[in-house]
Design a protein around this ligand. Sequence first.
Ligand SMILES: [Zn+2]
Length: 139
Amino acid sequence: MATSCRKCWLGSSVGNSDICYNKIPRSEIEHQEREKSTEKWQQQWDHTTKGLATKEFFLNIKDRLKMKINLSPKFTAMLTAHGKTRLYLHRLKIIESPECPYANGNQTVDHLMYQCSKLNNKREKTNSVYLKKKTTTGR
Ligand SMILES: [Zn+2]
């Protein structure tokens, strides 16, 4: 039975207690530091009262870091609820009403993404492209 080496970073985890490594590879240290940093970031993300709109899209930091997203100013504005929606402009006292001119309530990011009748065609087109991609790639 393999025993653990107190000086060795691998210990008996590789199943061979005769081999003792007393140096930790740089890549392992980088990996461990990245993990610690991500955990700390997740804790801060879980407890902050800021970024509530963004939290609706990204609950988990690890999952977000795995995603490849081409960020643009407009995309970021929508994710942070700082896009030029009528609700945002109304909050800044730039316009009188936050309501969408096409009805169904205030013009929020969620309204534009899921409800606005003006964007039905674009939404259906986007969904069909996404579903087509999902069925062909299996993702
Ligand atoms: Zn609308």
